[in-house]
Ligand binder design. Structure first.
Ligand SMILES: [Zn+2]
Length: 74
């Protein structure tokens, strides 16, 4: 689970983004929604798709060494 606010549907999350875009004066307002498999709910993120892809790529790269290390222990 994460400490982000969960939404039941993508539409509910999108409506909050729409509202924040109009009313919030913060620099970083959520730009898009994504489904969180840990919470089984939708979250908001201010990350762009490009930033998200870069992070995913980086995490995939991190996963590999740990798997190799586990194999070596056998
Ligand atoms: Zn979550």
């Amino acid at each position: 689970m994460c400490d982000k606010r969960p939404f039941d549907t993508r539409q509910a999350a999108s409506e909050v983004i729409y509202y924040l875009k109009r009313s919030s004066s913060r620099d970083k307002i959520p730009r898009r929604t994504y489904f969180c498999r840990y919470c089984s709910a939708w979250h908001l993120t201010s990350e762009t798709k490009g930033e998200y892809r870069a992070r995913r790529k980086w995490q995939k790269g991190r996963d590999k060494p740990s798997r190799t290390m586990r194999d070596r222990r056998k």
